[in-house]
Ligand binder design. Sequence first.
Ligand code: PLP
Length: 401
Amino acid sequence: MIDAVLPTYNRAPLSFDRGEGAWAIAADGTRYLDLGAGIAVNALGHAHPELVQALTEQAGRIWHVSNLYQIPQQQALADRLVAATFADTVFVTNSGTEAAELAIKMVRKYWDHAGDPERIEIVTFEGAFHGRSTGAIAAAGSAKMTGGYGPLMPGFVQVPWGDADALRAAVSDRTAAIMVEPIQGEGGIRALDDAMMRLLDELRQTTGCLLVFDEVQCGMGRTGRLFAHEWSGVTPDIMMVAKGIGGGFPLGAVLATERTAAPMTAGSHGSTYGGNPLACAVGCKVLDIIADPDFLAEVNRKAGLFRQRLEGLVDGHPDVFEAVRGQGLMLGLKCRVPPADVVRAGYAEHLLTVPAADNTLRLLPPLTISDDEIAEAVARLDRAAARVTAEAGRSGDRAAS
Ligand SMILES: *Cc1c(COP(=O)(O)O)cnc(C)c1O
């Protein structure tokens, strides 16, 4: 009999009753060190006092107001994002997927408005993840996400990850936009290097195509800058944000330049919940904390410490790990074993990690993780890796006997 919860997830037999900073706590009091943070969502950890205060204060005033009216909290969030980024304007959503949908619509509207409605082709990359809507799965294109859901929305062209020649060949004056995660999350913590970022900029200049960055996972301080593209200096025309921006409350946004967003006039898009006071009160508080240069400096310092320890961990377990990847506190361990095995061994050590594609284990701790917790995380990863090795040895013995 089908479960009352639609069984689209393979869930671990774990549940949590409360959280404190980098710790998720089961009902029996068992404390798990959380290096998944709800997949980069709990950027400020669990139950951050200032976020709890922002949420409960707003909850006692007014939760929801229609976008038929002015929403001061939404205006404040948009003003902050515009002040802190390349963008001139912001649409607030409830999720990353909705942000991806609007980004795609905005690209189409831009070219329609420019008198070139046939220019619909959006170039994306293998291993991409932009969400689970029909548009977002067509954009990502992987068989795993699209299987059985055809016909897919047309207009997407895929190139292999990081392949400059394939990208040059795919982009022409028919290309409406290039849509890319500066660092792939689900794809395996794979970063575009500076040369690729410059190539994106060059192709925009030579063909006029738009650049759409999906910073749903790599944005909001995760890499040690407010947004990951800031490391390269190449700014997008449109950017999707979600996950960390709500600190655990469902919230996302599309940021755009005035030139790109100009055709998006009244009635061209909308959302019932998007930008409601509850979500935006939390989002403003998250942004105030993360955009502080001192906070980002701490993320970078701790990232250096974590990375150094992880290099040592990889050296100590060459049969389990191959290399450290990523930037800031968006880290990955390329594995020589299925990453799900390390995730499972981590559960036994009361450590939460997340698998990704390309045989990579994801480490996305709250940005507020302490030095001591980083040391504890590496100690638990060390013991988890030893478990994986011991289990491989046992199954090897069984195979030999
Ligand atoms: C998670 C994610 C999305 C989708 O966000 P949802 O909030 O799950 O809809 C889109 N893009 C990237 C890069 C993501 O990591």
